[in-house]
Design a protein around this ligand. Structure first.
Ligand code: COA
Length: 180
């Protein structure tokens, strides 16, 4: 399969608005109920345009469409779309004592288990270490947990995010150290 990985631009946002719900509804259905997925879409799962502005968000595309996305961040926010941002949470991390964030991975259900998530994670980890961070942190969905586990991320906390429809999304806070 031919695909390329590149930095996301604002022109990609409409395609991301289609990819993200498609990925969530198809790939998370064994893990979360329809109502939970609906409650999380648009708030927890959605486009964070700050990442695109920061030049820390990537897309994978083949010759017809965008088939994967994901990124990293030097800002405090651990998850969430534009709708969840607050000024405090967009504040900058310090590589000396903070872990960089790994953020918002979504792959097209027709292209899973082909290494797209891996390719995006690798490029994020490269950028994270080049920027001086020695650790990365993320809030994984139960769907995403096996991907991150297979690349050395360790679950440190299981908790639930309260959604706009008052239901709860179980997630896993995971950490990886690059110094070992
Ligand atoms: C999580 C997700 C991004 C993984 O993307 P992907 O491109 O399929 O991942 P990869 O092909 O790079 O997988 C690499 C390895 O991770 C592990 N892995 C990934 N998905 C897995 C799954 N569903 N079950 C078990 N292991 C899995 C495997 O070890 C896999 O290697 P293998 O295929 O050789 O066995 C994708 O399933 C997805 O978009 N899920 C829905 C949205 C979501 O929940 N995103 C996570 C946000 S934290």
């Amino acid at each position: 399969m031919e695909w390329i990985l590149r930095l996301a631009t604002h022109q990609d946002i409409p395609a991301l608005h289609e990819l993200i719900p498609h990925s969530v509804h198809q790939l998370q259905k064994d893990y979360y109920s329809h109502k939970v997925r609906e409650g999380a879409l648009g708030s927890v799962f959605g486009v964070d345009s700050q990442l695109i502005k920061d030049g820390t968000y990537f897309v994978v595309e083949n010759n017809t469409s965008i088939i994967g996305c994901g990124g990293w961040s030097y800002r405090k926010l651990l998850y969430g779309s534009d709708q969840l941002h607050t000024i405090d949470e967009s504040c900058l991390l310090n590589p000396k004592h903070d872990a960089a964030r790994v953020r918002a991975f979504f792959v097209d259900p027709n292209y899973v288990r082909k290494g797209i998530g891996t390719a995006i994670l690798k490029v994020c980890e490269e950028a994270i270490t080049v920027n001086g961070y020695t650790r990365a942190e993320l809030a994984a969905t139960l769907t995403g947990e096996p991907l991150y586990t297979s690349y050395g991320y360790v679950a440190v906390e299981r908790y639930e995010i309260e959604l706009k429809n008052k239901l709860f999304l179980p997630v896993v806070r995971m950490l990886k150290s690059f110094t070992m």
